[in-house]
Design a protein around this ligand. Structure first.
Ligand code: S3P
Length: 421
């Protein structure tokens, strides 16, 4: 695909629902007693994989536009799936399912696409096996023999909401309390949703305790827009001259807003308006105007709060004056692709001064760049980040695979070009 260029970006956009919350609403809704009405559901490929998996375990799920109705069967109401559960490109679906399946009374198996088969699952199978889980393999396909689980006291070696959530979900089925200690605070959508459904879960800073559950009560979930999708427009609005973009209804849970802190630190003109709370999640409209950005350092405990936004933050850094250092971001190597390598290789193609480091990258920004034939590595966030990057380049750029954006943002290119009209 040739990446068409726009000369300014202005207007209002409503990005699709949050991916993390959409997955959790289907999963927890399936395990709850009663009906969960989900509004603003993300109909991206990843969350549709989760729906397919739960339908395959006997859950009645109806999709009507962005409204999804899940008829929960209770904590012990899943049935043995026919065949292997297929999670496509989704790390969240794969890892969270491990936590649920470990404590069932049936056996199951999970696999996904070529990318998923390369992503480390030992980070969930190890703590789950300490709880008594029987899971074969550290990469997909995983074979799970459902069994009785015990509570554990676990210090997490990585900051990962997927690992934390897998342990919490298994903890619902355990015979005693499960205590988790995070090394850095990761997104807490599971804790909020489970709390709303009546689970006995407490979070105190980096420590989480979950007690075995007898049942969960269905609650309706209004999914806010995904800040990880809004991020592309936040950076576009900041780096394109004469631009002003408002993204409405964006989830601004503090565990997810690192991108706002970093862009502000770089000098971006960003305002949050109409702050409200919906089902425990903070929501706001975000307006970004063109600004002159300067380099910064991104590292430490902010990383889990912006982990998925680092490719688009790298785009902001390429346009900013001076040096940006991204560090403590080793986790990028085990995302949909190795995002350190992918960003460095693609940015280098268009003349950006960028150096790969073991835990991130160093970008010397603010220089003229030229168009290039970009590769996405099948990674949705690379496709969208490179589309924004191409706007700064002289000459034409192409993308080898624009279709992968449908994993988290099926209408991305339509929304993008509407802002350029
Ligand atoms: C997610 C957590 C993050 C994030 C992913 C979604 C979640 O992964 O990168 O896109 O929904 O829990 P990790 O928890 O592995 O960092």
């Amino acid at each position: 695909m040739i990446i068409r260029k726009i000369s300014k970006a202005s207007g209002t956009v409503r990005v699709p629902g949050d991916k993390s919350i959409s997955h959790r609403a289907v999963m927890l809704g399936s395990l709850a007693e009663g009906t969960t009405e989900i509004t603003g559901f993300l109909k991206g490929a990843d969350c549709l994989s989760t729906i397919d998996c739960f339908k395959n375990m006997g859950i009645d799920i109806n999709i009507n536009g962005e409204n999804v109705t899940v008829s929960g069967n209770g904590l012990y109401g899943l049935t043995q799936p026919s065949g292997t559960l297929y999670t496509g490109n989704s790390g969240t679906a794969t890892r969270l399912l491990c936590g649920i399946l470990a404590g069932q009374s049936f056996s199951s198996s999970i696999t996904g696409d070529a990318s998923i088969q390369k992503r480390p699952m030992g980070r969930v199978t190890k703590p789950l096996s300490l709880m008594g889980a029987k899971i074969e393999n550290e990469y997909c396909p995983l074979y799970i023999t459902g069994t009785k689980l015990h509570g554990i006291d676990y210090k997490m070696p990585v900051a990962s909401a997927q690992v934390k959530t897998a342990i919490i979900l298994a903890g619902l089925y355990a015979d005693g309390d499960t205590k988790i200690h995070e090394i850095e605070k990761s997104r807490n959508h599971t804790e909020l949703m489970l709390g709303a459904m009546g689970a006995d879960i407490t979070a105190d800073g980096l420590d989480i305790t979950v007690k075995p559950a007898k049942s969960l009560s269905a609650v309706n979930v209004d999914v806010p827009g995904d800040i990880s999708s809004a991020a592309f427009f936040m950076v576009l609005g900041a780096i394109m001259p004469n631009s002003c973009i408002t993204v409405t209804n964006v989830g601004v849970n503090p565990t997810r807003t690192g991108i706002i802190d970093v862009l502000k630190d770089m000098g971006a003109d960003i305002t949050l308006e109409n702050m409200r709370t919906s089902a425990g999640e903070s929501v706001a409209d975000i307006t970004v105007r063109s600004s002159t950005l300067c380099g910064t350092t991104v590292g430490g405990d902010i990383i889990p709060r912006l982990i998925d936004e680092l490719p688009i933050i790298a785009v902001a850094a390429a346009s900013a004056e001076g040096e940006t250092v991204i560090k403590d971001a080793q986790e990028l190597k085990v995302k949909e692709t190795n995002r350190i390598r992918a960003v460095v290789d693609e940015f280098t193609k268009c003349g950006i001064d960028i150096t790969e480091t073991d835990d991130g990258m160093i970008i010397k920004g603010g220089k003229a760049i030229h168009g290039a034939d970009f590769k996405t590595y099948g990674d949705h966030r690379m496709a969208m980040s490179l589309t924004v990057l191409a706007q700064m380049a002289d000459g034409e750029s192409t993308l080898d695979d624009s279709d992968c954006a449908r994993v988290s943002y099926p209408m991305f290119f339509d929304d993008f070009y509407k802002l350029g009209e």
